[in-house]
Design a protein around this ligand. Structure first.
Ligand code: GSH
Length: 201
């Protein structure tokens, strides 16, 4: 089992931390979809990170699908709450965290353009969506240590990974002072052994 992609991608990092916490052994190969495009393409013509190469040699892309598969073969406790109402709440929060990740990635991609080719209108739209995602998550994070049912779950994992990524690549777009609960959640999560073992590159 091999997970391809760099841990500076929030999608690769959430998949890697989830695999580890769910007890799925894997090797990690740190390839960039940009700098290592040709090598990546030899492995997966889709050039999408994360890519999971199964023991049968077949490929699985998309962090949420990789996590869903890992949940189905896990040897450690699930990262999803079992009660239906809590499970739904976790999915809702994960959706917000994935939006925050996606908007942060879009900001990174827009900044790859030369300054004169950047679309300022698009950037402020995306930054507004990013703040909206964190405003929603902040309200939920303010209720307790962990987001759902007082226990660490995939909602916390995905939120903490998204937050750290945003801080690294687009911190100026969200500011710090408005998000005390998210900062505290991030600090708690980043102290967990699985997070420490798989830091953003
Ligand atoms: N929904 C996907 C998004 C993955 C994604 O967009 N990854 C980026 C790296 S952060 C990528 O592969 N970019 C290259 C491309 O889309 O061409 C997931 O959850 O895995």
């Amino acid at each position: 089992m091999e997970l391809i992609g760099m841990l500076d991608s929030p999608y690769v990092r959430r998949a890697a931390i989830s695999l580890r916490l769910l007890g799925i052994p894997f090797q990690h190969r740190s390839l960039s979809v940009f700098r290592n495009f040709n090598e990546f393409e030899q492995i997966n013509p889709l050039v999408k990170a994360p890519t999971l190469i199964g023991d049968d040699g077949e490929l699985l892309v998309d962090s949420s699908l990789i996590i869903e598969w890992a949940e189905s073969v896990r040897t450690e406790p699930s990262l999803m709450p079992s009660a239906p109402a809590e499970r739904l709440q976790a999915w809702r929060l994960i959706g917000m965290a994935l939006t925050a990740s996606e908007k942060s990635v879009q900001i990174v991609y827009e900044h790859k353009r030369a300054p004169e080719h950047r679309d300022g209108g698009w950037l402020s739209r995306v930054e507004g969506q990013l703040r909206a995602a964190y405003d929603m998550l902040e309200r939920h994070a303010a209720h307790g240590d962990w987001l759902v049912g007082g226990r660490f779950s995939q909602a916390d994992l995905s939120t903490a990974v998204a937050w750290r990524f945003t801080q690294l690549v687009a911190g100026q777009a969200v500011g710090q002072h408005d998000y005390c609960a998210l900062r505290a959640l991030s600090l708690r999560a980043e102290q967990l052994p699985a997070f420490q073992a798989l830091p953003p590159e």
